[in-house]
Write a protein that binds this ligand. Structure first.
Ligand SMILES: [Zn+2]
Length: 365
């Protein structure tokens, strides 16, 4: 990639150069694999950019980070902490690494993505130069950033429940499943015609709908299957619904059922999808907040890490030895140092020396 940069970039007119690629990565060295979170092979998106100035590269790092945050928050409905990695946790070739960190329900953190400022490190290694407007040679300033299929693992853990996946409507391949319930004695054809009609109305309104009219499965079996797959809304249409000109709506996130007039079904479903998206994010925020603790002493720190886990905010002197000792003794690492720095109220929780930062520590995947 960077050897290509060196070939492509001649003058300031070629900058900025931004490359995005989607590809798969195989890591043979990975020992303890975990589905989605630490697999032998994963898919990722990686951006690589080269700029004429340090300031432009810095802005690009933040741009990518904010885009990722937008995806996590507004699509995956997962709140994240953002900030800078410590020197020992940063990407080895970077000036600094920024990251997004999410909290899983079991109290472990998960790194959701990173955006690196590479400075001029690789420019020197690969000799990536450009002729500036001043007609002199300059080294480029680079960034790289990426997210992986690991975010799917986060999605499963953050929103899923004992019945299976719970998908935020914004990313659900199917928004609504329509199931007809042909009770004995009722007119099955009228019910299935009504189900088809409702499904068509919803599709016409721009929603992704699956009409489940498979005769070989019972309604109960279908309910379970679509719950397992995380479809946000289920519409049931039975003899009573038909008689009363209504449909039954079931939410995947809360299992709540409601009845709505057939004529209002489309508008109600649209509102319901927004509400589900919002509710999933609120629930995930509540989990994140509940799992952030502040501690003053190392004893307290060890108790929280071994107990409820989560992110633990603590004062740190900035010394890598303290960081390494904390990791060795508790398994917790610094996940991020927030951009908006808090003034430490105590000395470093490990050595007692003057604290440089308040960092977020956690055990992580
Ligand atoms: Zn220290």
């Amino acid at each position: 990639m960077y050897a290509t940069f060196a070939k492509w970039i001649r003058s300031w007119r070629d900058l900025p150069l931004k490359i995005n690629q989607w590809c798969n990565i195989v890591r043979w060295e990975t020992k303890a694999t975990k589905l989605f979170l630490r697999p032998r092979e994963f898919l990722w998106q990686e951006g690589h950019t080269a700029h004429a100035t340090k300031e432009e590269a810095e802005a690009e790092v933040m741009y990518a980070l904010q885009e990722y945050r937008d995806i996590m928050k507004n699509y995956l409905a997962i709140p994240v902490l953002v900030g800078v990695k410590s020197e020992s946790e940063k990407f080895a070739g970077a000036d600094y690494t920024t990251a997004l960190e999410a909290m899983m329900p079991d109290g472990k953190a998960l790194q959701m993505g990173t955006s690196h400022n590479l400075g001029q490190h690789f420019a020197h290694v690969f000799d990536i130069k450009f002729i500036g407007e001043d007609e002199k040679d300059h080294m480029v300033w680079q960034t790289s950033w990426g997210i992986t299929t690991r975010t799917i693992g986060a999605l499963v853990m953050v929103h899923g429940d004992d019945r299976g996946l719970v998908l935020p409507p914004k990313i659900a391949p199917i928004h609504v499943v329509v199931v007809s319930i042909p009770y004995k004695g009722a007119d099955p054809e009228a019910i299935s015609a009504k189900a088809k009609e409702i499904a068509e109305q919803l599709t016409a309104a721009g929603l992704s709908v699956f009409l489940d009219d498979r005769g070989e499965y019972t309604p109960g079996w279908k309910f379970n299957q679509w719950e397992l797959k995380g479809v946000p809304v289920r519409i049931e249409i039975g003899p009573r619904d038909l008689q009363q000109g209504q449909v039954t709506l079931a939410r995947r996130d809360t299992y709540q059922k409601s009845f709505v007039k057939e004529s209002e079904a489309v508008e109600t479903v649209k509102k319901l999808l927004e509400e589900i998206q919002h509710n999933l994010y609120s629930k995930a925020c509540a989990n994140l907040e509940e799992k952030i603790s502040s501690v003053k002493t190392y004893d307290e720190f060890k108790r929280v890490i071994a107990g409820k886990g989560g992110f633990v905010k603590a004062a740190w002197c900035g010394n890598e030895n303290c960081e390494a000792k904390i990791k060795e003794e508790t398994g917790a690492t610094i996940r991020v140092i927030p951009f908006e720095k808090e003034a430490p109220q105590t000395g470093c929780m490990y050595c007692g020396q003057n604290a440089k930062d308040v960092a977020y520590f956690a055990r992580s995947y």
